[in-house]
Design a protein around this ligand. Sequence first.
Ligand SMILES: NC(=O)c1ccc[n+]([C@@H]2O[C@H](COP(=O)([O-])OP(=O)(O)OC[C@H]3O[C@@H](n4cnc5c(N)ncnc54)[C@H](OP(=O)(O)O)[C@@H]3O)[C@@H](O)[C@H]2O)c1
Length: 344
Amino acid sequence: MTRVGIVGGSGFVGGELARWLLGHPHAELTQITSERQVGQPLHRVHPHLRGRSSLRFIAQQDLQACDLLFLALPHGTAAKHISRYEGIAERVLDCSADFRIRDVDAYARWYGEAHSDPVRNTRCVYGLPELHREQLKGARFVSGVGCNATAVQLALLPLARAGLLPTQESVVAQVLAGTSEGGVGPSAASHHPLRSGSIRAFAPTGHRHAAEVEQAYPKIKLHLTVNAGDFVRGAFAQCHVVLDQDQNERDLLRVWQQAAAEEAFVHVIHERAGFYRHPDPKLVTGTNLAQLGFALDRDHRRVVAMCAIDNLGKGAAGSAVQAMNLMLGWEETLGLDFCGIHPL
Ligand SMILES: NC(=O)c1ccc[n+]([C@@H]2O[C@H](COP(=O)([O-])OP(=O)(O)OC[C@H]3O[C@@H](n4cnc5c(N)ncnc54)[C@H](OP(=O)(O)O)[C@@H]3O)[C@@H](O)[C@H]2O)c1
């Protein structure tokens, strides 16, 4: 078995990584850190994992050598100690935003400070398998993905692969995101009486995940807005794309179906009847799936490209485990076959 560890294991992404890894046929979760929960069993923090593991949280200073280390730490924390983590494990996958952006000028613009490790940054592979499959095979240093960035990148994937992303017009992307995007730490903005039933205009402009989408699709002009709902998991992207040329619905459906045919975790939802005619994040809760769909406003050559993911699944831990499978030369889908539950 391949020995895998998680740093920052008491957070939401850490818990989701543990859930996937404990069911993985080739990886063994051998250590998981939390500075505040040292000595506590895993299920004290992640109650759904009771009975799945006898592991207890350890402090980072007690980490042992292993084959692959997942970092699930807050932004800015991983980069400071990355050389130590690389000394512990041959392969490192950092789920934070520290190493997602290759262009350090863009990083400084979006994150408000110079990158602390620009040299190491150049050899990091962005961890979205649907975009970087070949580079991920055998890679030793990989970044995780931004959840909202993933929803937008995958929403646009069918058009991008078909060469239909516009070069003249801007793309307007709106994401509605769940509360678990904010992590496990409570804040005034996550307090239940204030948050329940509300929709917060979280980032009408200036959301940092725009940097990841622009990196993936450098020719488009992106306008990203992120709103926050009061559901726990899920990110739902709707991208308004004005095509350079007229397209009919049947041809566009083929474009979407082609993209899905190439990807194990992408489903196209484009139904004429029934309740589930378009992607719905509730249906992918707990999975590594992305539901993609579209609607066409032919009069204006406007396509609404949609994507629904679980922000902790395809938008974080699911993609990270999928990337791990590629890094280690395994079947990409290993350990990730949960299809979700319904009703929820
Ligand atoms: N939540 C999402 O939807 C999502 C999606 C994609 C990517 N990500 C990224 O994944 C990373 C983890 O996200 P998360 O939502 O799991 O965060 P989280 O719930 O806040 O968990 C982070 C964990 O890191 C540990 N930690 C270690 N050093 C810390 C420090 N200096 N300050 C605060 N905590 C520290 C904390 O546990 P101890 O203090 O007990 O050690 C904490 O449980 C972040 O970089 C985030 O941007 C998150």
